[in-house]
Every structure is written in structure tokens, then in C-alpha cells.
Design a binder for this molecule. Structure first.
Ligand SMILES: *Cc1c(COP(=O)(O)O)cnc(C)c1O
Ligand SMILES: [Zn+2]
Length: 403
């Protein structure tokens, strides 16, 4: 049995095909490339039952991942995060089966580690010595640290307003770190030039095909953890949209394998009101989004004014009868507090945005009481120390307190 049943790369826009041996970036038509596998072969050798005995990491799905030689796997123990039932919050929202897939528990504290683990492993396999990327923080931190583990040099460019903790993670990893007085789009331009000038491997969002394969494991895990039953709705805080595209890809692949039955869950893209290009495009029934000027939100992970894979995100929403919802920063931070109080979970603002969207969709009747709802919390609240205000006066020693 082979470690991976990867077949080739294909373009979802023009259908061109490429092999997986080289440093493949975008299709010649400018579209991101997706990975295809030998499903008929795989169907014959792998069953869901075999998976249950495997290690508790995303590498349990290695046949459906692009790394062909196990020796190239670069792992910090990522994946197989808990799918937690939230009964108290569910009761408050009038949803009987509300779950949170908690990505705060992966290495580096956000689900970006999934994309980095698979992306860096494949980069190692195809002989990459040095890569570069622009980032709002979390992706750069994950790629720099996994790069360090793989022995690959990295150049990371981030806006000066990106959270200091992610800057520290990158600096500590020994990467070439640049902090730009501008936005992620400015960082992108700088990286683009460096890639051209120095022949670096460009690992910007969706400019290499393998990050999405790491992120799709969220969808594989949700299905496995639900006993291969499909939930009714899955909601995801959407920036570049790679997570949502990945989850959709995973569920369709499981259908191809015949491991899941019934309808796919309705997929919901949640965005911040200060940066909602996908929501706008969905409302206008468009198949692509437009650049969102002067974007702003405390949920910096979803501050992406124009995503390269927007057409794939919108397609996943349309194909599953999903929707797109925007949430004000104020209401997501309110929800972040409520979840800590009711469920003891300190989640990130992006994750909190999802719960705010669930509350609204339930109120509108779009989500019904009896369907199973899965919210993605994409990161740990402790990575965002400054979004929470806990100013309390310091008391003198030997003070007695009133309870
Ligand atoms: C990057 C990020 C997102 C958005 O992920 P995409 O796959 O790019 O849409 C959401 N939440 C957090 C915490 C992130 O870091
Ligand atoms: Zn193409």
C-alpha cells in the first residue's frame, strides 16, 4: 500500500493538468490549482474502520494527502482537535445540537498549522530550500515554525499592525522577518518582487496547491468524529477562504469514497462587517468578489479584502445551499465573552464571529432547532491578548475581599 494516492494537480477554472513533482504555483491562467487523487485505487485499500486505530493527528489521512514519502512529513502533532458539544450555549440559542471544532489546540494556536504542516512537508519533498510569504500574522507564524522544523529558510513579510505575538513567533523561528508600514496587500507586493528577484518558492495563500490539503483535514475530522454522518450546517470564519474550500473538498472526496451518505452540510462563510467581500458578492449572486477598500476588523485573520480563491468559496456556498453572513466587531467580542462565561472556552475573535452568525441565523429561522450545527473556532483566544479589556484596580496586600 502506498503512503499517498496523490495523482495530479488540476485547474478548477480551465481544466489544465500538472504533475506534483515540481514547484508548481498558479495555473498558467492565473487560477489556484487543486490536488486530485486516485480514488478508485484508494477505495480498494482503505476503509473508515482502519482509520480508527491510527495516530491522533491529521496524518491519519495520509493516503488523501499529497506527501508521498513518509520521511518527508514535518509534524508538530497537529490535527484531531476536539469536537465539543456546547449544551449551555446551545440551549440559550435554542439549538439542540451545537458543536465547536476547537482549533485553538493545534501547535501555534491556530488552524494555520494544518496548512503549514502539509504545505511545508510537500515543499520539503519537492526540494524547496527557501520560501516566502506575506501574512496577517497567524499563517506566517505557523509557516516560519514548521519551516524551521523542516530546515527550510523562510522570508515572512507582515503589516506592522499584525499582532505582536505572531511577530515574536516568526522572529524566534529564525526566519527573515520584515514588518511593513502598510497592509497585507503591500506585504504581498514586496514578496512578489522578492520571489521574482531571488527565485523563492511563493507560499502566499493558494499560490501553492498544498496548504489547502492540510486545511481540508478539518472536514475529514468533522465527518469522522460525527461517525460519518453529515451535520446540517458548518460555519467558518472566512478570510482567504482556504478553510472553507478545504472542508468542501474534503466532504466531496468522502462522498466519492462512499464513506458519507446524504446531503452535504450547508456551508456558511462568516466575515467581519469591516471586510465582507464574499458576503457582498453572495448577496449580489456573483461568482467572484470585488476588492474591499479600507478594510478593518479586530479579527485580523479574516481581514482579506480580495481572496484569490473567492470563486471557489462562492461555489461551495452555492453548491450546498449555504449562505454568507457579516458580523460587527462589537457583536463578535460580545459573543467571545459569552462563550467564556457559558462554556469555559476562550476562543479567538474569528471564532466568536461564527457564533454571532449562528445566533442571527437561528433567530431568522435559517438554522432550525433540530439540525446539527458545527462552528469552527479557528484559534485560541490567548493569541489575542489585546482584544480583551480586563482593567481591574490592584488591591493592597492584606486586604479582605467581599464575595
Ligand atoms: C487565517 C485565519 C482565518 C481565515 O482563514 P482562511 O482559510 O484564510 O479563510 C480565520 N481565523 C483565524 C484565526 C485565522 O488565522
Ligand atoms: Zn487554469
Amino acid at each position: 500500500m502506498k503512503y499517498s494516492y496523490v495523482s495530479h494537480l488540476y485547474c478548477p477554472k480551465c481544466g489544465n493538468e500538472y504533475d506534483t513533482a515540481g514547484k508548481q504555483q498558479l495555473c498558467s491562467c492565473g487560477s489556484p490549482l487543486l490536488v486530485e487523487y486516485e480514488w478508485d485505487e484508494l477505495k480498494k485499500v482503505l476503509t473508515p474502520e482502519q482509520l480508527t486505530k491510527r495516530e491522533n493527528s491529521l496524518w491519519r489521512y495520509h493516503e488523501m494527502l499529497p506527501v508521498e514519502n513518509e520521511e518527508h512529513v514535518v509534524s508538530l502533532g497537529e490535527g484531531m482537535t476536539p469536537l465539543l458539544k456546547l449544551p449551555v450555549l446551545g440551549k440559550e440559542m435554542d439549538i439542540h445540537n451545537l458543536y465547536m471544532k476547537d482549533e485553538g489546540l493545534v501547535p501555534t494556536g491556530t488552524f494555520k498549522a494544518r496548512g503549514a504542516a502539509v504545505g511545508v512537508s510537500k515543499a520539503k519533498e519537492i526540494g524547496v530550500k527557501e520560501f516566502a510569504m506575506p501574512t496577517n500574522g497567524n499563517a506566517g507564524a505557523a509557516w516560519a515554525l514548521y519551516g524551521a522544523k523542516a530546515g527550510i529558510k523562510s522570508t515572512i513579510v507582515m503589516p506592522k499592525d499584525a499582532p505582536k505575538i505572531t511577530r515574536n513567533e516568526v522572529a524566534l523561528s529564525g526566519a527573515n522577518l520584515y514588518v511593513v508600514d502598510g497592509l497585507i496587500s503591500d506585504a504581498g507586493k514586496i514578496v512578489g518582487k522578492a520571489v521574482k528577484d531571488y527565485g523563492l518558492y511563493d507560499v502566499s495563500t493558494l499560490k501553492e496547491p498544498y496548504r489547502i490539503e492540510g486545511k481540508k483535514t478539518m472536514g475529514l475530522e468533522i465527518a469522522e468524529q460525527m461517525g460519518w454522518e453529515m451535520p446540517g450546517v458548518i460555519l467558518y470564519p472566512t478570510g482567504g477562504g482556504v478553510g472553507l474550500i478545504g472542508i468542501y473538498k474534503a466532504l466531496k472526496e468522502l462522498q466519492t469514497l462512499g464513506w458519507v451518505k446524504g446531503r452535504l452540510p450547508r456551508l456558511v462563510a462568516v466575515q467581519a462587517a469591516g471586510c465582507a467581500p464574499i458576503v457582498k458578492a453572495w448577496k449580489e449572486k456573483k461568482t467572484e468578489s470585488e476588492f474591499w477598500p479600507n478594510s478593518e476588523t479586530k479579527a485580523f485573520g479574516i481581514n482579506v479584502p480580495k481572496a484569490l480563491g473567492d470563486f471557489l468559496v462562492l461555489d461551495a456556498i452555492y453548491q450546498t445551499d449555504g449562505c454568507a453572513v457579516e458580523v460587527e466587531d462589537e457583536s463578535m467580542l460580545e459573543e467571545q465573552k459569552r462563550i467564556a462565561r457559558l462554556e469555559g472556552a476562550f476562543i479567538c475573535p474569528e471564532g466568536a464571529a461564527v457564533f454571532s452568525a449562528i445566533r442571527r441565523l437561528r433567530r431568522d429561522g435559517w438554522i432550525t432547532r433540530d439540525e446539527t450545527v458545527v462552528a469552527l473556532n479557528t484559534g485560541a483566544g490567548i493569541k489575542y491578548p489585546d482584544t480583551v479589556d480586563s482593567d481591574v484596580p490592584v488591591i493592597k496586600k492584606d486586604t479582605s475581599i467581599k464575595i
